[in-house]
Design a protein around this ligand. Sequence first.
Ligand code: BGC
Length: 755
Amino acid sequence: MEKINTLIAKMTIEEKAALCIGASAWTTASIDRLGIPSIFVADGPHGVRRVKDENDIAEESLPATCFPTAACAAATWNTDLVFRMGQAMAEEAHAQEVDILLGPGVNIKRTPLGGRNFEYYSEDPFLSGKMAVSLIKGIQSRGVGTSLKHYAANNQEFQRHVINAKIDERTLREIYLRAFEIAVKEAKPWTVMCAYNKVNGEYCSEHHRLLQEILKQEWGFEGLVVSDWGAVHDRVKSLKGGLDLEMPGPQERRLKAVVNAVNAGEVAPGILDESVRRILEIVFKSKEAAGADSFDENSHHQLAREIAAEGIVLLKNENILPLKAGAKIAVIGNSAKEPNYQGGGSSHINPTRVDIPLDDIIKHSGKNKVTFAQGYTNQDIFDQALIDEAVGAAAFADAALLFLALPPSKESEGYDREDLNLTLQQTGLIEAVSAIQPETVVILNSGSAVTVAPWIDKVKALLQGWMMGQAGAGAIADILFGEINPSGKMAETFPVKLEDTPSYINYPGEGKEVCYGEGLYVGYRYYDAKKIHTQFPFGFGLSYTTFEYSNLQVPETFTDINGLTVLVDVTNTGAIPGKEIVQVYVHDHEASLKRPVKELKGFAKVSLEAGETKTVSIELNFRSFAYYHPDYKSWVTEDGDFDILVGASSEDIRLKAATNMTSSLKLPCILDRESTLREWITDPRGYAVLQPMLLEMQARIQEMLGGETSIGMDSLGMIIDMPLESILMFQQELLPMPADQLVDDFLQKAHAMGA
Ligand code: BGC
């Protein structure tokens, strides 16, 4: 601190401004005369994309391990594994002299069409936040920094550079900011990257409320805020908004603009100094830890395989998997030879090697048991000959393995998907192959949901393989042949059809504006509320063994500040070892504002031998029960009953226990001139003030309306949601003073009662 203050005192305004803008595509400015080194940053979320030339944005990067994408990592629900992935990525970063990795991304999968969904964890903020915490802690434990991105509400690629996301405050807090909040508070990322888009009318890069007030002040973020690449429009405004570092650089004109603004008094010197301080702290921190100049490619490849195996989700299995030893297998599909293991864009890794599914299947079965047919190409064109060839291969096998992946260019940063369908060629292939070969298994490699409804009944099994990184092929083979028992579960819902999805009506917006009209009801929160049948629900995944839940223990009462511990026994009731993901959801019986039917507040992945029982313990805290109340501008709890739901998926709740919470909060009175009669009588202070005249008030209204039936109205129903002032206006002659004055008088009394 001392050292940094001394440096700041010695720096010129020009040097300070220069430090706040990149020196190249990937580096910050060094100031040799003061011994300030530069740092090197590189993408990204699932591997190191370090280019040789610091001025080149998109050249092929140095070879690095391509770990499973976030979509796959999240489906492991295994925080330890993700932590280890972070450690391995940090080793590679050290070896390539990278100081900060630009990830993880925690934007919520609002629509399955999101082009970048493969780079994000989940539709649920709690799961996203916890995954990010593990990755960040893993990377930073080895002295390499992270960049939590894209803050905030970058939930679509369509017009991402300009789109204005219109989101109400509660939805923003509970859904779109929550994962950032969890990660910032629990893992302390060195940097946070702002998003390109606008939120409620302001560019994220200039958003004082998001950057300065919420992130830095409220959450206590100590690191630096970096722009997404090219997200800054006005450097002076962004500096005032709380954006510390603009990337990429250099940007001569903008540097001058900052210098001029400081000299002209338009930017207080303290603001620039604060950004410089934040940047210098990270610069020096990044130089503290040294790592080896090489990394163990084999062990990292092995780790990538382990993560992929835990992230693969078995979605359907009618007694076909694991495959029987000695079976003749037709491997069909281009992605069995050219695996679709990562998406397009800035996260694209130049892998150290790539395993090929066909090779791994041959390794298990022997060459003479396996035939291959391409089935489709990487283009979206229909070719009957390829289907015929595949049918020929399938007909003479005991089972057909259909490897399906969208044409690679369909899943990328920068644009969204247009629909959730496989190509016509691929659906035709499934029809034809499954017609001739009843023992057909589909292995899907997609970064996000695909509609399977048209063909799912025709196949015996479905494995969701995601974009599973460079070692995914071996992981898939391990699962197909039963070397590994599948244990992944869905971190995102697969809907039956696109029209069922929460944002269907509002997405992608128009006139450069997208309204998040579905509010809190994203993912399973929406399907629950609307009772919409899903194809594969959030949290779902099969195993080759079975699990039973019993003995749920939850205290009957608790206080919000103490939270509570959920204990539940899980038994492996099958014949082989396996891992189960236990999910804890909370249902609030009653609240002043509407709440989703249930929300994920805890989970644990537990490994069980055949026949073994373990007691799983999951802690719930204040936030597990609170919701964000926009009028109080804070997270609130209310006394009342809750159900603790323990499930194997969001639609498979196995056990339920009731409990009663006492809130510790003494909320201030927020009644005002616009408060309705309902609000007055539900506030204890309002009720106390109003009580003496309530009956009279109702009787008067009844009289005025001529009794309950004359104009077909229920008088209480009529007035209950009217502002008190408007009700009183109708009884002016009975009042001791004008209605508005009387309301002011009441307000004074109610507020005087305190919290
Ligand atoms: C992406 C970021 C990425 C940056 C640098 C941007 O286009 O949105 O996620 O870190 O480029 O490659």
